[in-house]
Ligand binder design. Structure first.
Ligand code: SAM
Length: 289
């Protein structure tokens, strides 16, 4: 987080929050990107559950807020969550993550689910989210999008994850790290050479940039200009030239419901134009599952 251009207004509207669990978004870079309501709720919190007490401690110091902190990360025990939920029944309790909106590739899902099950009032205090900010500046279609978090680290798993999204008629939004960006772009270039891709980097920070083009052109750029900082990677929806993606397994399974592997492979070969022998081998595998 940077503190550049930060000015926190001296007068924050007073809010004595009711008991409940408040899901509070915090800045993703520029510390001024915190809402007046978030500050008021943080001021009134009996307890703040956070991913990393040092990171949240710094933000609170910047805001001049003293509060009791409780670490809550993905490894928190059920007992820790139960204690936070018990406290939220009688007092305002806040959940924040290191940056942005909690639960969005950040901890909090179990806590919110269990709090709701326990009848706790769960309240949104919305604000910054890198995925949404990246989409908003990317120039890619924003009417339909699919956020898919981080891509897998291993090459094969990454390719499979991307291929699994081939038929999604929407902009795809991922979180990415600088060291892995080029590899991801190369994988995208192989699958979808014609799609428009955008890399939104260091959003709200001093070196904010959003670069778009084909995945191959972007990969070449970042090969010679190694990226730094935090990244949202966006892929435009399928182009009209892209061949329709067939879900061969689904077609084979449907055919196998009424026919043996040979007949099913024949039917799907006719419908898809794919080699019958390949389909037969796959039909045998599916039958054996
Ligand atoms: N919950 C957060 C949110 O609402 O944005 C995201 C948390 S996730 C652990 C962190 C990832 O978000 C980073 O690795 C990066 O991909 C993306 N990110 C966070 N801040 C960013 C920024 N300022 N610019 C670009 N991407 C950012």
């Amino acid at each position: 987080m940077t503190g550049a251009q930060t000015h926190i207004p001296a007068r924050i509207p007073a809010e004595i929050p009711e008991p409940g669990l408040y899901i509070v978004a915090t800045p993703i870079g520029n510390l001024a990107d915190i809402t007046l309501r978030a500050i008021a709720v943080l001021q009134g919190a009996a307890l703040i559950a956070c991913e990393d007490t040092r990171v949240t401690g710094k933000l609170l110091k910047h805001l001049g807020i003293k509060a009791r902190l409780q670490r809550l990360d993905d490894h928190a025990s059920p007992q820790v969550r139960a204690r936070i939920i018990a406290e939220a029944c009688d007092a305002p309790v806040v959940l924040v993550s290191d940056a942005g909106t909690p639960l969005i590739s950040d901890p909090g899902y179990r806590l919110v689910r269990e709090a709701r099950d326990a009848g706790v009032n769960v309240v949104a205090v919305p604000g910054a989210c890198a995925a949404i900010a990246g989409l908003a500046i990317s120039g890619l279609p924003s009417d339909r999008f699919l956020f898919a978090g981080f891509l897998p680290v291993k090459d094969k798993a990454r390719e499979e994850a991307l291929a699994g999204l081939a038929g999604v008629a929407a902009t795809l939004v991922f979180y990415e790290t600088a060291p892995r960006l080029e590899k991801s772009l190369r994988a995208i270039a192989t699958l979808w050479p014609g799609r428009e891709v955008a890399v939104a980097r260091e959003i709200t920070k001093m070196h904010e940039e959003c670069r778009s083009g084909t995945a191959a052109a972007l990969a070449d750029h970042y090969a010679t200009h190694p990226p730094k900082g935090e990244i949202v990677l966006l892929i435009g929806p399928p182009t009209e030239e892209e061949a329709p993606v067939l879900d061969i397994d689904a077609m084979l399974r449907a055919a196998l419901a009424d026919a043996g592997p040979g007949k099913a492979a024949g039917q799907v070969a006719k419908a898809s134009g794919i080699d019958r022998a390949v389909l037969y081998a796959r039909a045998l595998e599916l039958k054996g599952e």
